[in-house]
Design a protein around this ligand. Structure first.
Ligand code: SF4
Length: 365
């Protein structure tokens, strides 16, 4: 169980673990069920809200447990409905999570670490390095904060004035672990959090609606494949050959693309979930026809689709958004050669859209 502050974080705890703790205190296990219904089904933020439980009982739990530990430090709302939150944890660390509405779909993009140890050359998150890991409870808590935005269940969870109205139904449908950090470098906390997020007594998000994005740690990819979860894996390739990839993603210097492809193939063979190759197009760097041709060769080695992302420029970094015609040519080259390719819609361009930007602009203040 997590201990993000002096009390234990309920959101990082399974129902069984909490039931065992209740039993240790002489309470029947159904009490745990009642508390979890308040937290997940009714969206209670603290024990005080659990009004059908006796006051002494609530006070007893509140001395030992905490439901939510973060405060919302900043909130940015885009004209396209994207809402970005900067959460402040009790130790002062800050991390980002985002609600991305798209048609009937509501996606929460959450972080796995505070900062990031990878240091990709084009990314705001890596600029200040890794501050610390997020605990499982903190990873789950981000989901709950985002869920509050699109399906408020308690008065305190209501979206603030100015939030663009969201069409019905507004159930949080998808999770992407694509915010700050390298999720597979925080493996134990990530796995615990994913199991809670997926649990029927928890946020109850289907495994097939959860995507973990990684720069590619082959050992952890193989391990994840054997966890018995049907989650989607997205591999951030960003360059189709090792030298360029090593320049863009420092950790890639240790992992040749060939090794990554082998791990990706194993992931598909074990889980039967098709991989997504993420490829961020940087003007004049990795968006040329020869890069598309090299990418096709990689795609032919495993069952995958390609998600192209047009770069959102980060102030102070020497990369630009790709030209429209270069993106079109790149897509055509891939499609003509049978690759299933999508261009990710740019969202929240009028707010600090790129991952890590809101946190960084706050740190800079
Ligand atoms: S792109 Fe991802 S892995 Fe790379 S520095 Fe940013 S957060 Fe880390």
């Amino acid at each position: 169980m997590d201990a993000p502050c002096d009390r234990q974080h309920l959101l990082g705890t399974s129902l069984d673990e909490f039931a065992a703790s209740c039993e240790d205190c002489g309470m029947p296990p159904y009490r745990a069920q009642q508390v979890f219904e308040w937290v997940y089904a009714k969206g209670a933020h603290d024990f005080a809200a659990m009004t059908n439980l006796s006051k002494p009982l609530r006070e007893q739990w509140a001395r030992q447990w905490i439901v939510r530990t973060a405060t919302v430090d900043r909130r940015q709302i885009s004209t396209d409905g994207t809402v970005k939150l900067l959460l402040r944890w009790p130790d002062g660390a800050a991390s980002e999570c985002v609600l991305i509405p798209d048609g009937r779909r509501r996606t929460a993009c959450i972080s796995s670490q505070v900062g990031c140890p990878v240091g990709c050359a084009f990314c705001a998150s890596g600029l200040n390095g890794l501050q610390r890991q997020l605990s499982a409870g903190e990873i789950v808590e981000q989901v709950m904060h985002v869920r509050d935005l699109c399906e408020p269940r308690t008065p305190e969870a209501s979206a603030p004035p100015g939030t663009p109205p969201l069409p019905e139904p507004a159930r949080l449908s998808n999770i992407v672990v694509m915010g700050l950090g390298e999720p597979l470098a925080n493996y134990a906390a990530l796995l615990r959090a994913l199991r809670i997020i997926n649990a029927p007594w928890g946020p109850d998000i289907g495994a097939r609606s959860i995507t973990v994005s990684t720069v590619g740690l082959p050992t952890q990819i193989r391990r994840l494949a054997k966890e018995g979860l049907q989650i989607n894996l997205a591999v951030s390739l960003h360059a189709p050959e090792d030298k360029l990839r090593g320049r863009l993603i420092p950790w890639a210097k240790r992992v040749p693309i060939e090794e990554l492809v082998a791990a990706g193939r194993e992931y598909y063979e074990t889980t039967h979930r098709e991989l997504t190759i993420e490829y961020i197009l940087l003007d004049g760097v990795n968006d040329q026809p020869e890069h598309a041709t090299q990418l096709v060769k990689i795609c032919r080695q495993m069952r995958c689709n390609v998600n192209l992302i047009k770069y959102n420029p980060v102030p102070g970094l020497p990369f630009d958004r790709p030209k429209t015609f270069a993106v079109q040519k790149f897509v055509e080259r891939l499609r003509e050669r049978g690759v299933n390719v999508h261009i990710r819609k740019s969202r929240g361009l009028d707010i600090d859209a790129a991952c890590g930007q809101l946190r960084r602009s706050t740190l800079a203040r």
